[in-house]
Design a protein around this ligand. Sequence first.
Ligand code: SAH
Ligand code: SF4
Ligand code: F3S
Length: 442
Amino acid sequence: MSKPRTFHVKSFGCQMNVYDGQRMAELMKAEGLAPAADAGEADLVILNTCHIRERAAEKVYSEIGRLRREDGSRPLIAVAGCVAQAEGAEIPRRAPSVDVVVGPQAYHHLPAMVAKVAAGRGRAVNTEMPILSKFDALPQRRAGSPSAFLTVQEGCDKFCTYCVVPYTRGAEVSRPWDAVLDEARALADGGAREVTLLGQNVNAWTGEDERGRLQGLAGLIRAIAALPGIARIRYTTSHPNDMGDGLIAAHAEVPELMPYLHLPVQSGSDRVLRAMNRSHTAESYLRIVERVRAARPDIALSGDFIVGFPGETEAEFGETLGLIRAVNYAGAYSFKYSPRPGTPAAAMEDQIPQAMMDERLRRLQALLTEQSTAFNAASVGRRTAVLLERNGRRPGQRIGKSPWLQSVHVDTDAPLGSLIEVDLLSAGPNSLAGALGQRRAA
Ligand code: SAH
Ligand code: SF4
Ligand code: F3S
């Protein structure tokens, strides 16, 4: 196989994978490879995979099959991400056209691994988990858009009984204060106006500031808010148990911190939450929501839900619907329970039949859609700040985000990255349409 000149990264799964995908792309560019818009045209294809549910994990194999070209040739194929970590050398056994397997903590080795394969020296597999060393080995970040992701924390020590993340991403680690601030500064210099701080349990971030004082995520948010150019900060995903007083106070006190919180709860039944090893109750979750809303009354809440966890009864599922009614979400992600190899829940009795899960998911999503539609409808008539992030389909149309993470379509010639005042005129289930209000000095 000859040395690849072009590459394409395809990311699946969570925002952290999107971030990793961007970093891998930067790495390959630094090696002199040019990005190809389409996998069909690239010499090297990196599939950045997700292992969270069975369907997500299986996707990689159908993607690999699709990379074969009409003339029988194929690109150099690298499998990265969480399937790479979970299945390792098993992947090329099942899909012999895979050349490189690289885990989420080892992708700074990609150039060397690709070079080895291109030189005809067999396959390359690396699923080591050296703590944080990839960040030191990667090239300097540059902003690609007005809104940028920044991973500040990785891994998880919570071991919810259904979840593969502690195995695929390793133990909970926080990136150091200076490293995060340097990257945030580089992003701002490159034109980012918004940064979204990422972590599997981002609100568990801890570190020492430049004066050696212990800080939590709230301190980090305040420091990033003070950087020139940064107008908006978001963070995701949070665990209820790490929702401390300092972070809640930041929602009241830091204007750059956007009024949006993704706080997964999974279930409204305490029996199920215990079986999931979630270490919070429905009641303690509701109390956190109350405190967050007291600090920032207009905050938009979203959550994650699993239906059909082993043993979930109709009454327990009803408790989840009850919790959803009590919270009133602006948005949410909901999933059918998917047994994952090696997790404790996969071996539990009383696995719920698919048809029952389908039916519960439908009812849950109907309620959540009702709530998100109502949330969007309630925004109509407001004048609000919108950060323009990309061009719309029509000429002259741009798409941006409201503070509550709603997509807003607006006709304007203001450049991307502008923060403009928009009057919200109408709402659909997934987005709002607005008209230019008065331009704000940005
Ligand atoms: N660290 C994050 C979640 C990461 S996974 C957190 O705790 O909030 C994202 C979501 O996928 C989870 O919140 C959960 O709702 C869902 N999920 C994880 N494992 C799953 C499984 N085995 N089956 C179905 N959904 C699952
Ligand atoms: Fe998975 Fe639970 Fe960790 Fe979230 S907190 S990543 S759901 S183990
Ligand atoms: Fe998937 Fe890994 Fe993210 S399993 S959800 S890509 S941490």
